[in-house]
Design a protein around this ligand. Sequence first.
Ligand code: NAP
Length: 489
Amino acid sequence: MTADREAQVVDQVPKQLFIGGEWRDAASGATFKVEDPSTGAVLCEVADAGVDDAFAALTAADAAQPTWAAHPPRERGEILRRAYELLMARQDELGLLMTLEMGKPLAEAKGEIAYAAEFFRWFAEEAVRIEGGYSVSPDGRSRFLVMRRPAGPAMLITPWNFPMAMGTRKIGPAVAAGCTMVLKPAQQTPLSALALAAVLKEAGLPDGVLSVIPTSDAGGVTEPLLTDGRIRKVSFTGSTAVGRTLLKQSADQVLRTSMELGGNAPFLVFDDADLDAAVEGAMLAKMRNIGEACTAANRIYVQAGVAEEFARRLGERMSALRMGRGTEEGVQVGPLIDARAREKVQGLVDDAVGRGARVLVGGGPGDGAGYFYRPTVLADVPQESRLAHTEIFGPVAPVISFESESEAVAAANDTEYGLVSYLFTRDLGRAFRVSEALETGMVGLNQGIVSNPAAPFGGVKHSGLGREGGRVGIDEFLETKYVGIAGID
Ligand code: NAP
């Protein structure tokens, strides 16, 4: 990949705020820097929204809401369909842009563009299938007409780890439902969100329906909007700690909320499992996105009889991975997002080793510039280690052995999180029993990946509220209204 091509891709992205269909500087004129995590070099600067800009975006969303709600559903769907096609046509350049600001290997970044685009294709199809109902009251005297209405202007807040897909997963259903939006992307990855806004404008999204306001002051900019009264819906993806803060702020105006929060996924391998498939599944569940995924396998529980062999095979696969700048050919593991993330991962590994865990592979940072951490496998990890209770968000696979099914399920559920779990077994009875017993919103049964735009994604316990994707994804942006019709005697 040439430096010229990289510079060209960054140059093409608007660096201003997108408010009411226009690109503009922040009212204060402020900007902030965007960094390449694989080198620490500054890629560019983007406009830094303040409270005045945020209110301008909200005013645009509020003004556009009535006409947007009345916009024909077929046309709302066709805007999404065109945006899907534009994203796919630009998969290479948008993938490169994402690799530059976030660090993931180019093949994975391009994969995310396709995954992100698929939310638009899915919700393009859902826009024309918003249905209500008609029924007769039990006493036969009146009639009930049930209709679905857009929830109203929505505040969307997204994280840096999937900078494009976490945006389309919210924008897709909001457009389909007829909601206007203000999107605040993560400070570390604003470029993908700005490129997405440009694509949607080109696809014909009317002015004011979506505004995008990157900022270096997330809380300072979003709280006044949530407590203003004009926003009616908040959809957030990010950490549980920030999710709790937003839930408290949303209470003031009794806002509808969707919360896609942190995870601590258990990955269970029983001794009757196909061990090759389990190792393959663990590689996917652990290493997708450099381990920086809410769905990442955080604790790998393996039945005692196969634990040693599983850890050995996993170690072999992990040590063969190629680490480097995501733009380089053949690289499978990019850098972590920043120095703080790398220190956190090292602290968790040190804690486990201090409690008796054995390092089979890796165990420390990469050499040179950038925030690299080597793919790591730890064996004999005690359940009381901090990493068994903390979202690692890095390429570290702790293997913990267990004796019985009930012990494995109890350990898996010993967490406040409940996003996803993985289960490898060839015993059908056990597959159903354990799937039902695991306290998570999603289960990967003999597979290491669950994310799919056509499936309802989301967690229970402290992993969140609501679902994104699937048939129910649009419900998060719709209200139910019923009209009672007087007697027809
Ligand atoms: P984060 O720190 O919670 O940030 C997420 C977003 O919230 C960013 O846009 C951030 O802005 C913003 N934010 C931070 N503090 C805020 C505040 N006080 N008020 C309003 N917004 C605020 O999470 P992250 O580190 O970016 O992302 C990683 C987390 O996301 C992990 O816990 C991961 O599990 C979770 N995640 C969950 C899912 C899911 O679907 N369940 C998917 C992906 C990621 P700044 O960037 O400016 O701080």
